[in-house]
Design a protein around this ligand. Structure first.
Ligand SMILES: Nc1ncnc2c1ncn2[C@@H]1O[C@H](COP(=O)(O)OP(=O)(O)OP(=O)(O)O)[C@@H](O)[C@H]1O
Ligand SMILES: [Mg+2]
Length: 247
């Protein structure tokens, strides 16, 4: 595969739990890279640091040490671990997308407005943003009669599809997925798998976490195993998952 889009080097993240005066070392020197068009899936037990790693790349979580080098659309490189807020906003607008497991409540906005706002953050004018949001909601199969409701009243699976629509509005350079299909029934899962594959074919790199190995086998080119905040194995899904399930 071609050049690395993402290179993570020596990444550390410690959380401070003030109430009990304790430090939680969530990431302890992670090295990892993702090539252009490559889909890398993170696996590991609950608490291994998978979500923390994705949040550090999205920079909703500030790393304690290390580098997160993102090769940008204009071929420059931004270190997301040390970039200032302005550069993070630019990187999110042009090159990154993040689909978290849970939809954050967004005031009184409707589903269409929530996804439309994501399109505006990518630089679209309001009218074009609404059209793009509608197309994205249609693609994830969310019934049009739900577009005018507030996401908070939707089912878990419907909320997840709103999240996915907002995260896959544009083809980013790097798509971060944290358990995006956990609440979906099999029909909608297949739809979402199709969207992820299509983005991959368009050259989008993906760093993902899935709660089941079936999704990893279906979608990932490479698997990286985290344990206690460190990379302990990597390889193709076949190599790694057979070893993990045999252990
Ligand atoms: N905001 C936080 N404050 C304190 N500790 C945190 C915080 N977020 C995560 N942690 C801790 O960091 C470690 C890694 O958590 P993380 O959410 O990355 O795990 P994970 O691999 O995604 O697990 P899961 O499979 O359950 O989602 C855990 O011990 C967790 O308790
Ligand atoms: Mg997690």
């Amino acid at each position: 595969m071609s050049e690395a889009i993402l290179e993570v080097r020596g990444l550390h993240k410690q959380f401070v739990i003030h109430a009990i005066g304790r430090l939680v070392p969530a990431l302890r020197g992670v090295d990892l890279s993702v090539a252009q068009g490559e889909h890398v899936a993170l696996v590991g037990r609950s608490g291994a640091g998978k979500s923390t790693l994705l949040k550090c790349v999205w920079r909703s979580c500030l790393p304690s040490a290390g580098e997160i080098r993102l090769r940008r659309r204009d071929a420059s490189v931004t270190d997301l671990a040390s970039a200032d807020d302005r550069a993070i906003i630019d990187a999110r607008r042009d090159d990154l997308a993040y689909v978290s497991q849970f939809l954050r409540p967004d005031g009184r906005r409707t589903v269409l407005e929530v996804v439309g706002r994501a399109a505006i953050r990518h630089g679209l004018e309001p009218a074009a943003a609404t059209a793009t949001a509608a197309a994205a909601l249609r693609r994830v199969g969310l019934a049009e009669e739900l577009w005018g409701t507030q996401p908070g009243v939707l089912s878990g699976g419907e909320q997840q599809r709103v999240n996915l629509a907002a995260g896959t509005l544009h083809a980013p350079r790097l798509l971060l997925l944290d358990e995006p299909v956990a609440a979906l029934d099999s029909g909608h899962r297949d739809t979402v798998f199709g969207i992820i594959r299509e983005l991959g074919r368009a050259g989008v790199s993906v760093l993902s976490v899935f709660h089941d190995t079936e999704a990893v086998r279906a979608l990932a080119d490479r698997v990286v195993v985290l344990r206690d905040g460190q990379v302990v194995a990597e390889g193709t899904p076949g190599q790694v998952l057979d070893r993990v399930s045999a252990a």
